[in-house]
Ligand binder design. Structure first.
Ligand code: F6R
Ligand code: MG
Ligand code: MG
Length: 362
């Protein structure tokens, strides 16, 4: 039996401001998905949130990009939006960009990471969910997990991984994708993905047998009429163990709180702080950006878990470092490189200011 794991997310209202989520929205979403489970549309589900983003984790047998599943997610977001409006939560329904659902959730506002696979004898997966950043945030950890032998010992000593992995990379500007094989094309891969706002890793496959290893959400990442409309708080699914990187190899890159784009007004670089679920509330300068890791064992489509994988003193130093980096970066105020470059700003007054000063430039 081929199983599909779908993670579909949207910001449909913040509590308070953009910092977190009201518990009622989670309950409402759980009620909707429980009905779908009773009807047999999905096998199992888990609802959670990171910051102001509601996360619907679902298993089913309908494949990726399935209309019924996407419609279920959309309707769940709509019902939760009603609750958000009733409570006058901040930005109620902000990610539901279309008036009505039309076949596929992609392009309508929410983000989705989905993968289909034959469930193994034991199927450990980790779902990473981040707030106040964009899918480029996964480039560095995905590279380390699947291409860096100093991170992943299995690349050197596990026969199933020794053949390397294939990275499927999206060019944000053109919307086209390219597949690169590591280790041979390691430097070409880095040339692209080092540019975290222009080239984004969409998926990773094991070269031995083409098995899907990881998939990320890359919605909303495009240029419309030459204008960047890019950031979307991203999710990432990674399969672990038995010829995939071990759970500990998958978590290891997050011990380094690398700089990502997002934070306040989606317009600043800041460290990605790995946190337990209960700390996923970006407050300081609407940040710093947060990531949570939900570990599940999948058993006949049932989601056994989650385990809160960053709820571990092993990540205390990463959190402390992230706070130190935050102090340092914040002292730059409105100056680059804390603030992103002008073409990547989500908010800007540049045209307005230039217009006002037009006659004074001499
Ligand atoms: C960033 C984010 C927040 C808001 C900021 C201003 O992704 O969601 O940092 O951009 O709080 O929000 P508004 O313009 O809604 O007042
Ligand atoms: Mg919000
Ligand atoms: Mg958010």
């Amino acid at each position: 039996m081929k199983l599909t794991l779908s993670v579909i997310k949207a910001d449909i209202g913040g509590y308070v401001g953009h910092s977190g989520m009201h518990p009622r929205l989670i309950e409402v979403a759980e009620e909707e998905l429980a009905k779908a489970k009773d009807k047999g549309l999905i096998i199992d589900f888990f609802v959670t949130r990171v910051g102001d983003d509601l996360q619907l984790i679902m298993t089913h047998t309908k494949g990726v990009d399935n209309e019924e599943i996407h419609k279920l997610a959309w309707q769940t977001f709509e019902v939760a939006t009603e609750k958000a409006k009733e409570l006058k939560l901040y930005g109620a329904g902000q990610d539901l960009l279309a008036d009505a659902f039309s076949g596929n959730i992609r392009g309508l506002g929410p983000g989705a990471a989905e993968m289909e696979f034959e469930e193994r004898k034991s199927e450990p997966v980790i779902i990473f969910m981040a707030d106040k950043t964009s899918p480029g945030a996964w480039n560095l950890p995905l590279f380390k997990i699947f291409a860096d032998p100093f991170n992943t010992a299995g690349l050197v000593i596990d026969p199933k991984m020794h053949g390397g992995f294939t990275f499927d990379v999206l060019d944000v500007k053109s919307g086209k994708r390219v597949k690169l094989n590591v280790p041979e094309e390691l430097y070409d891969l880095l040339t692209l993905i080092g540019s975290i706002e222009d080239y984004i890793i969409k998926a990773v496959y094991r070269r031995l047998d083409g098995e899907i290893a990881a998939v990320a959400s890359v919605e909303k990442l495009n240029y419309i009429a030459g204008e960047y409309v890019g950031k979307d708080d991203p999710v990432l699914i990674v399969r672990c163990q038995s010829g995939f990187p071990a759970v500990g190899e998958v978590l290891e890159p997050f011990a380094f709180p690398h700089l990502v784009a997002g934070w306040m007004r989606g317009s600043h670089f800041g460290p990605l702080m790995p946190v337990p679920f209960h700390f996923a509330n970006p407050t300081r300068f609407d940040g710093p950006p947060r990531v949570i890791a939900a570990g599940f064992q999948i058993a006949n489509g049932n989601l056994i878990g989650p385990r809160d994988l960053f709820d571990d003193p092993a990540f205390d130093e990463a959190r402390r470092t992230a706070n130190m980096i935050s102090d340092y970066l914040r002292r730059h105020g409105p100056f680059e490189p804390h603030r992103v470059s002008p073409d990547k700003l989500e908010y800007t007054t540049m045209p307005q200011v230039l217009k006002k000063l037009e006659d004074r430039f001499a």
